[in-house]
Design a protein around this ligand. Sequence first.
Ligand SMILES: Nc1ncnc2c1ncn2[C@@H]1O[C@H](COP(=O)(O)OP(=O)(O)OP(=O)(O)O)[C@@H](O)[C@H]1O
Ligand SMILES: [Mg+2]
Length: 339
Amino acid sequence: MEAATNLSLPAFEEGAAPGAAVATSAKERKKAAAVDAVRLLPKLLDACIWGRQEDAHEVGAAIAAAIEASHPALAERITKRLGQQLRPKRFRQCPDNLVDVREPRHGLAEVILAEEVLRECKAIIDEHRRAAELAKFKLAPRHKVLLYGPPGNGKTMLAEGLARELDIPFLAVKYAGLVESYLGQTGKNMQEIFEYAETAQCLVFMDEFDGVAIDRSDSRDVGEIRRVTNQLLLQMDRLSANCVFVAATNAEGLLDKAIRRRFDFVVEIAAPTPELKLRCAGRELAVEMTPGHDVSHLAAQIAALEWPNLSALADRCRQIRRDLVLNEGRGQEWLVNSL
Ligand SMILES: Nc1ncnc2c1ncn2[C@@H]1O[C@H](COP(=O)(O)OP(=O)(O)OP(=O)(O)O)[C@@H](O)[C@H]1O
Ligand SMILES: [Mg+2]
């Protein structure tokens, strides 16, 4: 309440008489500070809802910093509260050992994708954006996505891009925390992750999915693997359509058949075609990425080399940019011609 009063800036309006020009610029500064602070509110809410105390502290401090000059008293009150222990009792505590809740690092536009993959992604996004329309027809958006294909071609990037596009938090499951050697613990961890994910709308990303969804009939360690797979099946079936579940694997053939059938979208992120490699190199070496230099003509040469994946190609392009900054491009010939 109080924040809203302050953000509407009544105190300033009263004291703004002395000079119109000064008043306007001071008023604008104050307004800009308020806007900066308000822009951080979605982040703050996410941090609270997802039980991320450290993030809540960080955003709180950023808000205080944004308004320090314009609203010093309010900034001081926020800072004082940050010094006190935050205990959001009403919220489910984030199981830090099992999930990393973060803002997606990139949008979908930054991921180089084949046309058919992009089409699938647009379908997923469209269904979630228009969930209310679907609900009128007693339909829920499809929300379980399996990404498979060789390493380093954008599965993780794509999952983050989907979360950004849907404007929902990205919950990356920590594989090392999830899989435990204690009997029965992995299944319990799985349950905890899925229950936490039900806190609010989000995208849950489970990488190395073959590690937990392995074919039950192929395994010698039948007991524990069967338990984990059964638990996963149960959780996937129960998961609310508000939560987008994205799993990724390099070994799709190893997956349990019943689990594979649970996915609404099974999307292959294949080894890149020459066209995708060229787009990737073109983007990494675009003129705006190399201010004062133009090495865009090197993209075709780089893309023509035998790269194992887009990750390696993108790394090389970054090396070329680094060489431009630190070495005036002296290493370029080698970087462009050798693997
Ligand atoms: N399709 C792509 N578009 C743009 N950059 C890409 C793409 N694929 C890979 N890269 C680059 O390579 C890095 C690694 O990609 P990413 O982690 O998404 O691959 P991955 O398919 O998840 O690999 P893994 O199977 O090993 O988990 C990215 O951060 C990015 O720099
Ligand atoms: Mg990955």
